[in-house]
Design a binder for this molecule. Structure first.
Ligand code: ZN
Length: 223
């Protein structure tokens, strides 16, 4: 069971990445070795390897990086692990937003939400209770999450993700079309909360679209 406690040391961060990997696997967010998890503790950043089963991570598989993204320590090189493909994308959230944790989810709801309108530059939501789980966002706010186009390789998303973060300073996430979502927070607890609230909002948008229900109320009286 994941305990709601702040990270107090590097070993704590490594253990949490393993626990969160197993948990997010049950959500369908990191199946097929996809997705990623990273946590910062003070001046050190911890990341899982690329291309491994996220539900079967062990603390000694986790890489430790400095604030510039350089690997300081990691698993036995003989095992052949490479640091997460998401590394340059995670670093944008740490540098630009001072994040304490960043998640990358291959959520079907996130991918589907980007496919409702293939031209849309952003996912927009308002008047949904779960928006209140997003830091600084209220029920009546119109909240936007930028959508960037997918690329052949994960690392090639880094520049457009960094630009999207700069263009949407209120967002705690960036959607990647037909792919998934990057979500961050001030610490691992808020990153997890943001990821869950966004996933709920993406699911609502997709379900409303399928049912022909407007996502945003069209009655003037409720605005
Ligand atoms: Zn991905």
């Amino acid at each position: 069971m994941i305990r709601q406690q702040p990270v107090t040391c590097g070993d704590d961060a490594k253990r949490l990445i393993c626990e969160l990997g197993a948990h997010f696997y049950t959500q369908g967010w990191v199946s097929g070795t996809g997705g990623g998890i990273s946590i910062r503790h003070r001046k050190r950043i911890y990341m899982a390897p690329s291309g491994v089963l996220k539900e079967a991570l062990e603390p000694d598989m986790i890489f430790e990086l400095d604030q510039d993204g350089a690997v300081i320590s990691g698993p036995d090189p003989a095992l052949g692990y490479r640091v997460s493909e998401c590394q340059p994308l995670f670093m944008h959230a740490y540098r630009q937003r001072g994040a304490g944790a960043v998640l990358h989810a291959h959520s079907q709801w996130a991918a589907l939400a980007t496919m409702i309108d293939e031209q849309a530059p952003a996912f927009v939501t308002s008047h949904l209770e779960m928006q209140k789980g997003l830091s600084g966002v209220g029920y009546y706010d119109q909240h936007s999450v930028p959508i960037i186009d997918n690329t052949a390789r994960e690392c090639e998303l880094a520049d457009s993700l960094g630009e999207a973060m700069a263009s949407y300073p209120q967002a705690h996430a960036v959607l990647v079309r037909r792919h998934g979502v990057y979500v961050w927070g001030a610490d691992w607890i808020s990153a997890k909360r943001h990821a869950e609230c966004y996933d709920y909002l993406f699911a609502m948008a997709v379900r409303c679209h399928g049912l022909g229900i407007p996502l945003t109320p069209n009655r003037a009286s409720v605005i």
